[in-house]
Ligand binder design. Structure first.
Ligand code: SF4
Length: 433
């Protein structure tokens, strides 16, 4: 959606938009292999129309490409210029892998003579909702403007020791340098509000997920049952089951085209909200300030993974998505449970270590099986990793840096069919009905 929106905006800014009579888009590599299941053609159409993922109405996005049909329908490009598009204008080319990234797309705008495109751009979807345009000079990254910069977990730990602070304080200090003091808490609260709304909606919405697998939404049924158990006080500890319900809720929303917060990706979006809700509901003394520390700690850990390995399933398999989210949540929960920086690092390491080698093999290219349950199980792993780390003093054999590097190497060695292509694993062993 972001790439298509950027393309439309560039056409407009260059004064070319009014000459455009047709727009085509090719989805390459992993984007092509799982594009239909991931709703990518819908996102392309929405982005061309000028919609943004953070504030669009998901109902306007869902089915946008299907509605084009083979005859075509009008799309108001950049929200103002009508162009007739057909479903065939978005093509899936999974066998073509561009060198820049396994998630690539090329957009072309055509004029009335149709001989050569008026404009053509290739974009890479590099994970976490970020895009990179082919040919752009590397921008000065936010990290370069961070006064307390670090490249590794060891460096982050050294900063914490030097200043007598924790991961979240370093992350906050750096974010303030980029975004200013005023924006930080408002931004964190907005992220949490979006996560909370996603959990709430997912827990209340019954039905069957789109895509043809017939997967039923389970979160509302689990919620109703847990509410019953909770009315009969002390009969059972429901905390782990609630944790699972929170994750199911988010990933069922994701699978049905609802709004989720990429954390660090959409497929793995359930773990951070689920563990955050677990903290608020079951940890005495938990509060909004704790949630801000939780999110900042998770962001610090994510930055290490993104910098030194990958958060993209198309690059590193599911270890890069769910493994990273689990490490983020484990370290962040450890932090708000009172863990020291070394215990936080240990928690993140434990969580990542036990996802090494995890492949990405979504059935039918849909982010449903195994993704939804996988988020619930990884949420449990995150809580276990945090609690295990809290029993130690932070000294341990395998460092977070080592496990991130191991994840990177394992991702390189992993066969392409296990990296968001739906060509291996469960995707070829489960019969689609
Ligand atoms: S298997 Fe993992 S990496 Fe692949 S789509 Fe599902 S959640 Fe994402």
């Amino acid at each position: 959606m972001r790439a298509a929106r950027a393309f439309a905006a560039r056409l407009d800014a260059a004064g070319q938009l009014d000459r455009v009579t047709r727009i085509t888009c090719s989805l390459y590599g992993s984007l092509g292999a799982t594009g239909l299941g991931h709703g990518t053609p819908d996102a392309i159409v929405a982005g061309l129309a000028g919609l943004r993922p953070d504030d669009c109405d998901p109902d306007l996005v869902r089915g946008g490409w299907t509605r084009l049909g083979t005859e075509g329908a009008e799309v108001l490009v950049a929200g103002r210029h009508p162009v007739t598009m057909t479903q065939g204008d978005v093509s899936l080319e999974p066998r073509t892998r561009l060198p820049g990234h396994p998630n690539a797309l090329t957009l072309q705008a055509w004029g009335s003579d149709g001989a050569l495109p008026l404009a053509e751009e290739t974009y890479y979807s590099v994970g976490g909702g970020f895009i990179r345009r082919e040919g752009d000079a590397p921008e000065e990254s936010e990290a370069l403007r961070h006064p307390l910069s670090y490249d590794t977990a060891d460096e982050l730990l050294a900063l914490c020791e030097e200043h007598g602070v924790s991961f979240c304080d370093i992350a906050r200090y750096n974010e303030v340098a980029v975004h200013g003091e005023d924006g930080i808490d408002a931004g964190l609260d907005a992220v949490w509000a979006a996560m909370a709304e996603c959990v709430r909606h997912g827990l209340e919405t019954d039905g069957t997920l789109p895509g043809g697998l017939g997967v039923k939404r389970r979160a509302p049924q689990v919620r109703r049952r847990l509410e019953e158990y909770d009315r009969d006080e002390h009969l059972r500890d429901t905390s782990t089951e609630w944790l699972h319900a929170f994750a199911l809720a988010v990933n069922e929303e994701n699978a049905s085209g609802g709004r989720v917060v990429t954390a660090p990706t959409n497929g793995a979006a359930g773990i951070i909200p689920a563990v955050g809700h677990y903290y608020l509901r079951f940890v005495p003394g938990a509060d909004a300030a704790g949630i801000r520390r939780y999110l900042l700690t998770a962001a610090a850990i994510a930055s290490l993974v993104k910098k030194n390995a990958s958060i993209s399933g198309a690059e590193g398999g599911c270890q890069a998505e769910v493994g990273s989210a689990c490490a983020m949540a484990a370290g962040a929960l450890c932090a708000v449970l009172g863990g020291t920086p070394r215990q936080i690092e240990n928690a993140a390491e434990i969580a990542m270590e036990h996802h090494l080698g995890l492949t990405c093999d979504p059935v039918a290219g849909l982010v449903q099986v195994p993704c939804i349950e996988r988020n619930a199980i990884a949420s449990s792993t995150a809580v276990s990793a945090a609690r295990l780390a809290l029993h130690g003093d932070g000294t341990h054999l395998v460092s977070l840096d080592t496990v991130i590097e191991t994840m990177r190497q394992t991702g390189i060695d992993m066969m392409t069919k296990y990296k968001e292509t739906s060509e291996g694993g469960l995707a070829v062993n489960v019969i689609e009905c």
